[in-house]
Design a protein around this ligand. Structure first.
Ligand code: B12
Length: 476
């Protein structure tokens, strides 16, 4: 007799220790639980001592096998393709009757890779409804997999079937499932974690207040997951979530993980006021063309301390033709000026070595970086994620076994993928990062908010430890 829940959802399979909790899996777990399905989250990392990767993987597999689940669900970014596929194959070898399914960003972008790697079932896009229907169908003796919207699957004779996509949940449904299963993950995720709002030594949490993004940047596949239309959680539910986080974990700050928080003015104002009511500092991702003085003023008055902007390039041509971002350099300058005026910390994301980028255009990027005077700078080497339009624009095939070396600081693939005039993107990135990053790190550690946190009662040791851990991670 199995001693586990009907479905186990696996996080942090092995190699990638994520210092933040995985909202996707937690939303799936809470949705299934609301529908009366027993579900458990198994975390491969946080609750364990530091042990070698291979042993950690064994431990995870043994834990799964011991629980004898009927179903196992994995989530994967491209970086987790390898490990998730390997763990799944090992589980299948040990017990072929376990039904496993994978979902998340990379399976949505390129499901066929996961079929090749041994998965029989892939969930495309938003997962709650598809997973629920999948669990119900799996209980039947003769499961009709073709009835599950949002599923791509393989028949016993090896045919790959693509079912129609699943309708996205309406706002009512988002509100019913407003609270991700915070109680099913280790409480230490909410301990002092300087990574939540870069450099702040506080107890923090991430929340998702909207789903969907109306923009179409070529490097991002987000709207393949949640669509283009913005769907909002109600303010009452957002308040209940914040109340829960404050009362249960004593959070002091919030990072809003919406793709673009500042799309809807009324929503921004209402959420800001709730955050202020709970005395929290907070930050969000924004866009230079969805923000204006009125909005920034409201955000500042209500405790916003950091806004992240995707600037990407100083060349208007690159922004228009390659990134297809829909922003102008003037809007970039204006947004940073406004944030400075209201003393909100800014984080600027840039990409270098975009396809067709000339040396003059790279110089324009450097100049823009100097002009906007951001507090934190992140320079990434443009990385075409398979399944995105940027990947098509670069036009160089990347095989699945190369996925986990695809990263933003440079990789064995960088040379092959470089379709710009910049000869050595790795060297250029290091130079830029050195010029800005360490200065900005020191600046953020010495920010007023941090000093205030540090001087507040208790927890000085934990706050200091969190600083060390954060710096160690950066240098790694
Ligand atoms: C917050 C965030 C982070 C946080 C925390 C991530 C975490 N703990 O999960 C931090 C800052 C750590 C982070 C890091 C990185 N991130 Co990030 N991140 C995000 C962000 C903004 C939100 C993720 C989130 O919580 N979404 C909300 C939840 C509810 O959605 P979800 O996770 O997609 O889950 C839903 C579906 O995908 C599906 N689903 C997911 N899993 C499963 C499993 C099953 C079984 C089923 C049925 C369905 C299913 O159902 C869920 C509910 O509807 C997304 C953008 C986005 N819109 O998703 C990028 C995103 C996930 N990140 C991305 C990237 C690239 C990274 C980094 C590599 C960046 C870097 N330069 O280092 C790292 C490494 C991440 C890693 N190891 O996987 C990419 C992934 C692309 C890819 N091809 O995989 C995204 C999509 C952004 C993008 N523009 O493309 N990230």
């Amino acid at each position: 007799m199995a001693d586990s829940a009907e479905i186990l959802l696996i996080i942090n399979p092995s190699l990638w220790f994520k210092p933040m909790y995985p909202s996707g899996i937690m939303y799936l777990a809470s949705y299934l639980r609301l529908k009366g399905i027993s579900v458990e989250i198994i975390d491969g990392a946080i609750a364990k001592k530091i042990i070698p990767v291979s042993e950690r993987e064994e431990l995870l597999i043994n834990t799964i096998m011991r629980k004898k689940p009927r179903l196992v669900g994995f989530s994967a970014s491209h970086l987790e393709y390898d490990e998730v596929s390997r763990i799944n194959r090992k589980i299948q070898e040990k017990d072929g009757s376990i039904i496993s399914i994978v979902g998340g960003s990379q399976p949505t972008y390129r499901p066929e890779d996961f079929i090749q790697s041994g998965f029989r079932f892939i969930c495309i896009g938003e997962g709650e409804v598809t997973l629920y229907n999948f669990v119900l169908e799996s209980r039947k003796e003769q499961s009709q997999w073709s009835s599950i919207k949002g599923l791509i699957w393989k028949t016993p004779d090896g045919t790959i079937v693509k079912n129609p996509p699943c309708e996205l949940m309406g706002e009512g449904e988002l509100n019913n499932n407003f609270l991700p299963a915070y109680d099913m993950v280790d409480k230490r995720y909410f301990d002092f974690n300087a990574g939540i709002i870069r450099g702040l030594l506080m107890r923090g949490a991430m929340i998702l207040t909207t789903r969907g993004c109306p923009f179409k940047c070529s490097f991002c596949g987000c709207n393949l997951i949640f669509g283009k239309k913005l769907r909002k959680k109600s303010i009452e539910k957002i308040e209940q979530e914040i109340d829960f986080l404050k009362n249960n974990f004593g959070v002091e700050g919030i990072w809003i993980i919406d793709d673009t928080f500042t799309v809807n003015r009324e929503h921004v104002a209402a959420v800001s006021r709730i955050l202020k009511k709970y005395g929290l500092v907070w930050g969000c991702q924004s866009r230079v063309n969805t923000i204006d003085e009125d909005m920034i003023r409201i955000m500042k008055e209500n405790g916003c301390i950091q806004i992240d902007f995707g600037v990407e390039s100083g060349s208007q041509r690159i922004l228009d033709e390659i990134i297809q971002k829909g922003i102008t350099i003037e809007q970039v300058k204006n947004a940073f000026q406004l944030a400075h005026k209201y003393a909100i910390r800014t984080l600027a994301n840039f990409m270098i070595a975009l396809p067709t980028e000339t040396l003059e255009e790279f110089e324009q990027t450097r100049m823009l970086a100097d002009q906007i005077k951001a507090d934190v700078y992140i320079f990434s080497i443009a990385t075409p994620l398979p399944g995105t339009r940027l990947y098509e624009l670069v036009g160089v095939p990347i095989t699945p076994d190369e996925y986990n070396s695809l990263n933003w600081v440079g990789s064995p693939l960088t040379k092959r993928l470089n379709k710009s005039a910049i000869e050595d993107p790795v060297k250029e990135r290091v130079g830029l990062q050195k010029k800005y990053y360490f200065r900005s790190l020191v600046k953020s550690f010495l920010s007023i908010e941090n000093i205030r946190f540090f001087l507040s009662k208790g927890s000085k040791i934990q706050r200091t430890m969190s600083l060390f851990k954060y710096v160690k991670r950066i240098f790694k």
